[in-house]
Design a protein around this ligand. Sequence first.
Ligand SMILES: C[S@@+](CC[C@H](N)C(=O)[O-])C[C@H]1O[C@@H](n2cnc3c(N)ncnc32)[C@H](O)[C@@H]1O
Length: 372
Amino acid sequence: MPHIVIDKIKKIKYPVTVDDVEFLFEAENLIGVKTKKAKFLIKVLKKEKGFLVKYDKITRPLISEIKKAYKAFVKLNGANIIFENIEGIKEKIPDKNLLDITSDLSDVDIVEVGFGSGRHLLHLAKKYPDKIILGIEIHKPSIEQVLKRCIYENIDNIRIINHDARIILSKIPSNRLHSIYVHFPVPWDKKPHRRVINRDFINESVRALKKDGFLHLRTDSDNYFEYSLNEFLSFKEIDLKVQKNIPYEVSSKYEDRWRKMEKDIYDIYMINHTISDELVEDFDFSFECRLKNLDFAPKIYDNFVIHIEKVFKIDDKRELIRATIGNFNRPEHIYILNQETPEYFKSPAPIRENYLAHIELKRIFNGCACKS
Ligand SMILES: C[S@@+](CC[C@H](N)C(=O)[O-])C[C@H]1O[C@@H](n2cnc3c(N)ncnc32)[C@H](O)[C@@H]1O
């Protein structure tokens, strides 16, 4: 982790600006920093020899911004650097094919969930050169490999998001997708709540698919096949096609392995006939009033969680709250600057579970009606 060690720190009166870097507040050992491109926190820790200055992982910006902040912080304190490990760290150029949870997904035509080695994703991109293919994957090395292949093979209709597919699907506009592919998902026999296919996912698929669009599940797991078939069948109106051991147009790495072991392979095609209501995404993440009576017990609801983890004091009127909120399986780390009108120092992504958690957070901690 890029950090520096400096010989001394001074008592500073915040806010203060040095060389275009604003130091906003000090909340115990955290310092709020704002540059032209980013807002983040740095941490200052007293060591045997000097003071270690490093960045906070939750709000981590690009290395270039961290370097600017470290430099300005050294100047602000009139300090000398005893040790640094940031020289020569290369900035990763953001890849235009790599999206994030805040990206606009309205031009996506096809989704592949958990693409792994990416064989099928690359096949889709070549088969449908006029369509935008979105691959959603939680495994970073697979993503890096596929992004390299896109450059190498000059493919420009693939987009990739590193996130849980069950959350991303809920951000795709309604009646938009030609198809959704879920090939050889992890069966999670011991942790079924982690399975990609579940009622919410099928619901969101029906909503996001065009009329006559389809979801294709291919699996080698007898258990997962039976479980998924039952999940699909629990829907009132559904058009399903089921196949067993039918060769597919491209064989993935997993498929090759299962074939050698002579395992059965199942396909379920769910064809959508519904025209769904438009997706309403109007998430207001503001607060009206200072949060009060904070407690640290995790709060678990049907669709989301709220967990206040730590509170860092700034002064008599302000504090910085660190919390995790949002989807139970993929909660997000956030910071709230708690003051007369609180604001997120690091905002949650604009998705439904985070919004529900935000509303509940305000309700339980006085954030929407200023009771004295
Ligand atoms: C068994 S591999 C199959 C990979 C590929 N589809 C194939 O057929 O070779 C399952 C993949 O799904 C990914 N995955 C698991 N859960 C996921 C989720 N909730 N969202 C996105 N990707 C997920 C895993 O990281 C893994 O790469």
